[in-house]
Design a binder for this molecule. Structure first.
Ligand code: LLP
Length: 413
C-alpha cells in the first residue's frame, strides 16, 4: 500500500510523515483507491449481489464508501444495523444475521423493513413469526444452514461443521419446512451459509455450493419458493508468502458449474476480502532491548490495537520505515501490554532500528480497529482515510480521562 517518492513513504498522494504530524501513533490508515478497486473487481467477477460484512470494519466512512459503490450490507447486531442505516444503505440492501439476536434486535430489524433476517435457530423462527404477527407484518426471512462442511481453515474461524454453534443443522431441513409453513407471518425467501473465514481451497467452495443447491432444491420441491442463496463470506487473503494462493475467478468458475442451470439469485457476504489489504497500522518504536539474546522492539501498538496475532496466532507482515542502516537485525516485535501474548512477530529481519522509528503493520484493514479495546486503559487507535492527495481522520478516540469517567463509583464506597 505504500509507495515512495524521493524515498519518502506515501499512501496514495499523502506523505506518511504528514500523517504522523497530525495523528498520534498507533493509528490505522486506509486507502480509498484500493478499496474501490477491490470492490469493483469483486463485483465484476461475482456480480452485484455483494453484501459487505460490516463486522470486518464498521467505520462510518468505510460504510459510506461501500454503500456508494453500490453493494449491500450484512450486519450482525442492531448496532451494526444502525451504523449501516446511518451510512445510507437502503434497508432493502441490508441482511441481518447473527447467532444470537435479541428480541429488541429483531423488532428493530422488522421496524426498518430490511431485505431479510437470516435466522439461525428454529426457536428464532418462531419468535420472528410472533413479533411479525404482533406488528401486523409479513417478514421476509432466510435460514442460515449449517451444511456440515469443514472450511479447512483455522479452528477459531471455522463455522460450518455440524457441531458448531452457527446456523441450523441441515438434518433439520424437514423441521424448518414444516415450521415455516405454519408461520403465517413469515416468507422464507432464501437460504444462506457461512462456513468460515480464510477459505482458500476451491474443493471446499465446490462442496459447499453443491450442498446448498441440493438444499435449495429440497425447499423448492416442498413448495417453498426459495429466491436467494447466500453463500457467505470467507474469501482468503494472503497475509504471508507461504499462505496458499487464492483466486476468486476459480470460485466464479465453480459457481457457474454448480448453478448455471438454476434461477436462484446468488449472493456473497465478504468482509476481509474487500478491506483487509487496504489498511495498515502505523506504530512507533517505544523502546529497544535485548533479553536473553532476543532483540526486542517494543512498539506502541499492542493487542489492544490489533488482537489478531494474540488471539489466532495470525501473522501480519511488518515493514520498517526510516531505516537507513546497512546493518540488519532479527527482531522480535512486541506491544506494550502486560501479556506475554502481546507479540506481533518473532525474528523478523529489519534494518537496525532506533527509538522513535516508525513501523507499518500490513493487511490490517479487516478485523483490526473493530476488535481493538481499552485494555490496560489505553485509548483506542485513530483511523485515517486517504483518497488521492486528501486525508481525513475518520475516527479519533475519546481521551482516556473521558473513558474513565464512564465508570461509576457506588454510593457505599
Ligand atoms: N458472514 C458471516 C455470517 C460471518 O460470520 C462472517 C465473519 C462473514 C460473513 C465475513 O467473513 P470474511 O469474508 O470476513 O471472512 N475476527 C476473525 C474473523 C471472524 C469472522 C467472523 N465472521 C479474524 O480476525 O480473522
Amino acid at each position: 500500500m505504500l509507495n515512495y517518492k524521493n524515498s519518502d513513504p506515501y499512501i496514495e498522494g499523502v506523505s506518511l510523515y504528514e500523517l504522523v504530524k497530525v495523528c498520534e501513533t498507533p493509528f490505522y490508515v486506509y486507502s480509498q483507491e484500493k478499496i474501490i478497486n477491490q470492490v469493483n473487481k469483486t463485483k465484476e467477477i461475482l456480480g452485484n449481489n455483494i453484501f459487505y460484512s460490516v463486522k470486518s470494519n464498521s467505520n462510518q466512512a468505510i460504510l459510506k464508501l461501500m454503500q456508494s459503490l453500490g453493494i449491500g450490507a450484512d450486519v450482525v447486531s442492531s448496532g451494526e444495523l444502525k451504523r449501516a442505516l446511518k451510512a445510507g444503505f437502503d434497508p432493502k440492501k441490508i441482511i441481518f444475521e447473527g447467532v444470537g439476536k435479541s428480541e429488541q434486535d429483531l423488532l428493530y430489524a422488522i421496524h426498518k423493513n430490511i431485505r431479510l433476517i437470516n435466522t439461525e435457530a428454529l426457536e428464532e423462527i418462531k419468535l420472528i413469526n410472533n413479533l411479525a404477527k404482533e406488528k401486523n407484518k409479513t417478514v421476509d426471512i432466510g435460514v442460515r444452514l449449517n451444511p456440515d462442511i469443514d472450511g479447512e481453515t483455522l479452528s477459531k474461524i471455522s463455522t460450518g461443521k455440524k457441531t458448531d454453534k452457527f446456523g441450523i443443522d441441515i438434518d433439520n431441513v424437514d423441521k424448518i419446512i414444516e415450521l415455516v409453513k405454519a408461520c403465517k407471518s413469515l416468507n422464507l425467501v432464501g437460504i444462506s451459509c457461512h462456513i468460515g473465514s480464510q477459505i482458500s481451497k476451491i474443493e471446499v467452495y465446490k462442496n459447499m455450493f453443491n450442498q446448498m443447491k441440493k438444499i435449495a432444491d429440497k425447499f423448492f420441491e416442498s413448495g417453498i419458493m426459495i429466491k436467494h442463496i447466500d453463500l457467505g463470506g470467507g474469501f482468503h487473503v494472503k497475509y504471508k508468502d507461504s499462505d496458499p494462493d487464492f483466486n476468486i475467478e476459480m470460485v466464479k468458475q465453480e459457481l457457474d458449474n454448480c448453478f448455471a442451470k438454476t434461477k436462484y439469485e446468488l449472493s456473497f457476504e465478504p468482509g476481509r476480502y474487500l478491506i483487509a489489504e487496504s489498511g495498515i497500522i502505523i506504530t512507533s518504536i517505544i523502546t529497544i532491548k535485548n533479553n536473553g539474546g532476543i532483540d526486542y522492539l517494543i512498539v506502541d501498538a499492542g493487542m489492544n490495537t490489533l488482537i489478531r496475532p494474540a488471539m489466532y496466532g495470525a501473522h501480519h507482515e511488518i515493514l520498517a520505515i526510516n531505516s537507513n542502516s546497512e546493518q540488519f537485525i532479527d527482531y522480535t516485535i512486541a506491544g506494550p501490554i502486560c501479556e506475554s501474548s502481546d507479540m506481533f512477530s518473532k525474528n523478523i529481519r529489519l534494518a537496525k532500528q532506533k527509538i522513535g522509528n516508525l513501523l507499518v503493520i500490513k493487511n490490517s484493514g479487516a478485523y483490526g480497529k473493530v476488535m481493538s479495546s481499552n485494555y490496560n486503559s489505553r485509548p483506542l487507535p485513530s483511523e485515517i482515510l486517504i483518497y488521492k492527495d486528501n486525508y481525513a481522520i475518520v475516527y479519533s478516540p475519546e481521551k482516556i480521562e473521558k473513558t474513565i469517567e464512564t465508570d461509576n463509583i457506588p454510593s457505599w464506597l
